[in-house]
Write a new protein. Structure first.
Lengths: 97, 221
C-alpha cells in the first residue's frame, strides 16, 4: 500500500514483528490494533500483545476467524476490567499476568 | 415447567475440555487448577447447584464426577451428592451416585423431565450432550464461567515417586474408595488414589488437585 490520504498514516512494509517491536520501543502512549486479524495473529504469536480488549456480543456464529491463532496457548492472563452493557455485550480487558 | 441450564467452565477461546482434572486422556486438561474462584465464586457455584432440581450428565462427565465427589466434603459436595442425576448413555448399566440412566429415547425423556420439573435441570461439562441439547433447542440458559486463559494445555505433573518423600515408594494401606480407585495411604503418609494392592511399589505419581493417582509398578489389581 502506498495511499496515505487518511491523517497521519505511515506504511510499515518490513517484517511486522520487527517493525512493531521498534515502534514499541519509542516513547508514547498505547499502540492500539483493531480488527486486522492476520496482523493480530502475528503479534499475539510473537508475544508482542500486552493487553487484549474484547467486546463479546451475545451471539454464536458457528464459524469465522478466531482471535487467538491456532495452537496459541496461554495458561494465565489477568482480568483488568469487565463491564456488561444493557445490550448484553460485555467488555473485558485482559493483560499478561 | 423446569429449565435446562448448561453450565460450563471455559477458557477465553471457548475450550471447555476437562477443566478440573489432569489424569484424563485429553490434550487440554486441568487448566482451571491455577485459579481460585474465591469465596464469591464458590458461593456462586453453590447457589447454582442449590437452585437445581437434578443434574443431567453425559456418561464421561458422570464418571469423572462420581469418581471424585462422593468422598469430597463441604456444602457444595453435599449438594452434588444429594441431587438426583440423569445420565445419557448407551453403555452404562449399573449407575451409582443417585443416578438414573437415560437410553436411546433420552431426547423424549429429557423433554418430559423439563416439563415435569420445577427447578433447573443442570448440565455440567458433558460436551457431546450439551451440543446435542443446544442443537435440539432444549437449552434455556447457558452459564459460562470464563477463565482468563487461552487453549490451555496442562500436562499432568509426573514425577518419580522417589522424588516425592510423602509417596515413599510403597502403598501402605487402603482406606476407602474413590470412584473406581481405592484411596490409599503411602508409607510416607500421603493419601492417593490407586488401582494397586497394598505393598505395591509406586512407579510414579499423577498429580491431581485433591488426591493424586499412584501408578503402580507392575500389574493393576
Amino acid at each position: 500500500m502506498t495511499d496515505t490520504r487518511w491523517q497521519n498514516p505511515a506504511v510499515l512494509s518490513g517484517n511486522p514483528v520487527d517493525e512493531v517491536r521498534a515502534l514499541k520501543r519509542q516513547p508514547g502512549q498505547d499502540i492500539v490494533v483493531t480488527g486486522s486479524i492476520t496482523l493480530c495473529h502475528t503479534l499475539i504469536g510473537a508475544g508482542l500483545v500486552d493487553e487484549s480488549r474484547l467486546f463479546a456480543y451475545p451471539v454464536v456464529q458457528g464459524r469465522g476467524r478466531r482471535l487467538f491463532p491456532e495452537g496459541f496457548e496461554c495458561p494465565k492472563l489477568k482480568l483488568v476490567e469487565a463491564k456488561a452493557f444493557r445490550s448484553g455485550i460485555t467488555h473485558s480487558r485482559y493483560a499478561r499476568s | 415447567m423446569g429449565k435446562i441450564a448448561v453450565t460450563q467452565l471455559t477458557s477465553l477461546d471457548g475450550v471447555m475440555q476437562s477443566p478440573g482434572s489432569t489424569d484424563v486422556p485429553f490434550k487440554y486438561r486441568g487448566w482451571t487448577l491455577d485459579f481460585d474462584l474465591g469465596p464469591e465464586g464458590d458461593r456462586f457455584k453453590l447457589e447454582e447447584a442449590q437452585n437445581a432440581e437434578a443434574l443431567l450428565l453425559g456418561r464421561v462427565t458422570y464418571e469423572a464426577m462420581q469418581a471424585f465427589w462422593p468422598t469430597a466434603e463441604g456444602e457444595f459436595a453435599d449438594r452434588l451428592n444429594e441431587l438426583p442425576k440423569y445420565v445419557v448413555s448407551s453403555t452404562l448399566t449399573d449407575p451409582h451416585w443417585n443416578a438414573t440412566v437415560l437410553g436411546d429415547d433420552w431426547p423424549e425423556e429429557v423433554a418430559r423431565l423439563r416439563k415435569e420439573l420445577d427447578g433447573d435441570l443442570l448440565v455440567y461439562g458433558s460436551r457431546r450432550l450439551s451440543r446435542a441439547l443446544i442443537g435440539m433447542g432444549l437449552v434455556d440458559e447457558l452459564h459460562l464461567l470464563v477463565y482468563p486463559a487461552a487453549r490451555c494445555r496442562r500436562s499432568p505433573v509426573r514425577g518419580d515417586a522417589g522424588q516425592d518423600p510423602a509417596a515413599s515408594g510403597r502403598i501402605a494401606s487402603v482406606r476407602g474408595r474413590c470412584g473406581e480407585h481405592d484411596l490409599c495411604t503411602c508409607h510416607g503418609g500421603r493419601v492417593m488414589r490407586t488401582l494397586a494392592q497394598p505393598g505395591a511399589e509406586v512407579r510414579r505419581v499423577l498429580d491431581h488437585d485433591r488426591h493424586p493417582v499412584a501408578e503402580p509398578r507392575g500389574p493393576l489389581r
